[in-house]
Structure formats: C-alpha cells, structure tokens
Design a protein around this ligand. Structure first.
Ligand SMILES: [Zn+2]
Ligand SMILES: [Zn+2]
Length: 97
C-alpha cells in the first residue's frame, strides 16, 4: 500500500509529485542521490502488470545522475535534492495498493 501526493520542498518551495510505499505489484525504489522513482516488478506476486507504471524486472544499476537506486531511499526535491519535504496544501492524496 502506498500513496502519491504533491509534495513541497521546505527549502526551495518546489512542488512535485511524490510516491511513497510499494504497490501490491511493484516495489518503489528511489535514487539515493536525486530521489528519482523507479518501479520494479515484485517477483513474489503474480498478476497483470500495472500499465500506467513503467515496470522493470530489475532496477537500473545506476541513475542518470550517477546515484544508485535503493529500497527505502528518501524522497527528494528534484530541484535542490533536499529531503526536507512536506505535503503541499490544497492537493489530494491518492492511495494505491
Ligand atoms: Zn528544493
Ligand atoms: Zn538519480
């Protein structure tokens, strides 16, 4: 179970879409340097692929920024890479499972 929401950076004020948590069909991993999302198919689960997600069997070894994709990496502001982010006011939170 996870959620996606509009986050706001507490440092630079940038607003961006942010996902937290795994879905039932895929695991969410993030780049440990820039916070870029990457969805990986969960090999333990069977079921139709989620078409809206770009699923890969394995995470790319390296992000284009030079960082590594790891499980449990914090969300980051895409602009200044701060991890100090909050939920932006006035937007809904979308839950997914
Ligand atoms: Zn920022
Ligand atoms: Zn990166």
């Amino acid at each position: 179970m996870g959620q996606s929401y509009t986050a706001k950076c507490k440092k630079c004020g940038e607003e961006f879409e942010c996902c937290e948590g795994d879905s039932s069909m895929a695991r969410l991993i993030k780049c440990d340097m820039c916070g870029k999302d990457c969805w990986c198919r969960n090999p333990l689960r069977k079921g139709p692929a989620i078409e809206m997600l770009d699923l890969s069997e394995k995470p790319p070894a390296q992000c284009e920024c030079g960082g590594k994709f790891i499980l449990g990496a914090p969300s980051r502001c895409p602009k200044c890479r701060s991890t100090e982010i909050g939920v932006a006011l006035g937007y809904g939170v979308t839950m997914y499972d």
